[in-house]
Write a protein that binds this ligand. Sequence first.
Ligand SMILES: [Zn+2]
Length: 516
Amino acid sequence: MGPDRGAARGRYATSVPRFYVTTPIYYVNDVPHIGHAYTMVIADALARWHRLQGDDVFFLTGTDEHGDKIARAAEAHGVSPQEWVDATSRRFVEAWEGLDISNDDFIRTTEPRHHIAVQQFLQKIHDNGFTELGVYSGLYCVSCEDYKKESELIDGNCPIHGTPVELLEEENYFFKLSAFEGRLLEWYEANPDAVRPSSKRNEALGIIRGGLEDISITRTSTRWGVEVPWDSAHVFYVWYDALVNYLTAIGYADDPARFDSWWPAVHHILGKDIIRFHCVWWPAMCMAAGIDPPAHLLVHGWLLVSGEKMSKSRANQIAPSDLTDDFGVDAVRYFLLRDTPFGTDGDFSYEGITARYNADLANNLGNLLARVATVVGSKCDGMGPGADPDSRLAAVSATVVADAIAAWGEGQPHLALEATWRLIRETNAELETAEPWKAEPGPAVSAVLGSALEALRIVALLVSPAMPDTSAEIWRRLGLDGRPEDRRLPQDATWGGYPGGRAVEKAAPLFPRRSE
Ligand SMILES: [Zn+2]
């Protein structure tokens, strides 16, 4: 998942690597929960990491606002669909502000810019001969906004919602997905790393090899959607219009040079439940419209709650704000990034986050900062000494920085943070061995403390994508100028950057220990 070089042209031509990262756009009838937060924090940390490397970053998220179910929800609440989506979309904007998400754009599918892009994109597919009018009849779940196969039903009900399905028959336009079986297989063959991890790639390949049927892409049963440009009796099916958001926001319809500078070198972050849409439909739609498929599809697992998938019906959805009010924003971000290897299912529990909070944040990081500041206060009159070039920690730090950079670059935040904590632990161990709090002030004590301060400076840089506020606070307490996110890696993480002669602030613990 390195940044993508080249491809840019015209006024966007640049030698700076570019990193375009997206999340799925969230369905506004949903209420933001920590499953969404999990996706957001991964995308945000990757965006911040690439900014720290000096890359040109564009980070996109947004909300999915069309479909019959939304029109029905608005009606049930006695408001217009537009009023309804304005209010419900806002909940996501606020949730992401509360998690310190640094998206560059927030797209809403009801915006005119999106309607224009969808119509242009799908007109291309139509002009290229990949649509066809047909009659669709099927068993439809209103909650899924999707047809179900008879074999999927459980006691005649939707397997996801447990509610009855309706027999629906309507004249639809179909996308000739079946025409893309061969091309998709060739694309997967030629791009072995396009879908990661490989377990998810295999899942997508399994869907394609199982045979692809044409898919119905328009509806006449609702008006709440993007009007089909060649037949105004139809609107596009919500899933079909939503995917196009990834193109809308980078100028597909109105700024070809900008579009070419970001596409197809995108990194789509998505959950494993939407593999079919993103890893099968979407590349085929791009091919049909005559553009390249997305270069990187990064599929994460589910965040379970005490072993179960979150759902409205199980009432086990946790709002991000409940957790951040309790643990703090950065602790929640840290947990989400550190606890689960990318691609596997994670598990959230209060016991789990509390244990990690106490072990990693209170005992390791927080304690290191507090004890160094205390001893600098008592042995050096509060003025931090410079780093010792001969410290054993210099070599540890060099390895840690290299490992963290590699892990972030591969989209493995948990490994990057694990590496970073090695430096924290080694620095604590160094202090335990030297016991500067027992020694007389002098060059030996200064060397130990200066090296601990330098290790903390490097840690502040390495954790800044995961914990931006914590990083800035460590930076400030060490007496450093500016903000860590304005530094550049790897050069600013070279051992010896702590200048010394700075007032080190003794303050309240960053992460007060919690009772388990
Ligand atoms: Zn359903």
